[in-house]
Design a protein around this ligand. Sequence first.
Ligand code: FCB
Length: 430
Amino acid sequence: MGEGSAMSDAFPQDFTFGVATSAYQVEGGIENDWSDWEAAGKLKDPHARCGRAVDHWNRFDADVELIERLGATAYRLSLEWARVEPEPGKFDDAALRGYRARLETLTRRGIRPVVTLHHFTHPRWFPRDTPWHQPASLASWARYVKEAAQLFAGLDVVVCTLNEPNVFLMGGYLAGLMPPGFKDPGLTWAACQNLCRAHVLAREAVKAVNPSAPVGLAQHLMVFAAARAWNPIDQALSRLAEDNFNHAILEALTTGELKVRFPGFVATAVTLDGAARSMDYLGVNYYTRAHLKFLPGAPWAEYVFKDPNRRGLTDIGWERYPEGFAQVLKQLARYHLPIWVTENGLDDRRGDRRPEFLHQHWKALLEARAAGADVRAYLHWSLLDNFEWLEAWGPQFGLYRVDRATLERFETPACAYFRRVATTKQLTAP
Ligand code: FCB
């Protein structure tokens, strides 16, 4: 990473700095398939509940001021499908009006909304009646996105159809760790095809209302490495993960062909109507590197987070690996699309390690840009401490810390640093 050269230390003037959240993790008061999962005692702490979350639904205007104070000009938020369509085909007007008002507020304040339509959660009826592995899922989804797209009329928004479909498929269909809780490769493959089709349907619905809104999705990209560097099976596993977890869906939505690859050959492939060139930008969520190890029996593989550079794992136990950020961004150049970093961040419960993390990751981003990756935006995960899925309330990903008892928001030391870089577009040390 070149230190000090004028070019690599400056972001372009039109580069976007922003922050991200998702509805279920911050809004509060939502009942959906995830709240049922909690009630069934499936989180690490079986008593943990999302509940009122951090009450972002009621504190939206005050939270927008927090976004402004960061000098951020984009806010990635998601619509909660369960709020919008609590019963099949019955839309909640108050919820729709509430979301529209939020998008208008952001726009008025010069903050561009980046709106995710699906961020892991569903109304209760969806997995019960029309789960993703069934063709009927698409009719349900089409009805929802047609309604949701109306919210974008006349607004300058960026639309993110799906958040991390690869993580949802791994967690919800292959590993049984999140709802709907399957452990079934056949269902995973069926659901994967339908999620790609869902992206295409959502794109069509959005373009019908707002043809100029850029539409893409947010993919979770990891760096994979062999847990035992000398072991050829671990090496093959890393390639398999890289091809399928990182790239299969992105490739499908650029070429129209969804493929499962094994090292050296394509195991199965399907052509998806309308999927070719169906992204206007690539959304990237980057956090860490995983080391993969082959196991001689089910589940056949495990991943571990190592700390070979002795930087200290983040509090959730993930390796800090900014080099990997540059690596994945450079890899994406092959898709010839503008890149938006839709998430990047760390769990820092002490609250003082985020400035250094930002500095390292921004340096990596500039390095990737200099090498030809067309990165246009960086959205930090997260604006606020929030409910972290399986881990519930332990992790603290927020630029603003939230007191769990009072829900009061407090600046962390990273806020001033974020504002300085976001407003000057100059990468200086924290
Ligand atoms: C990503 C999710 C996001 C958040 C971060 C920490 O995988 O998209 O909701 O939980 O991880």
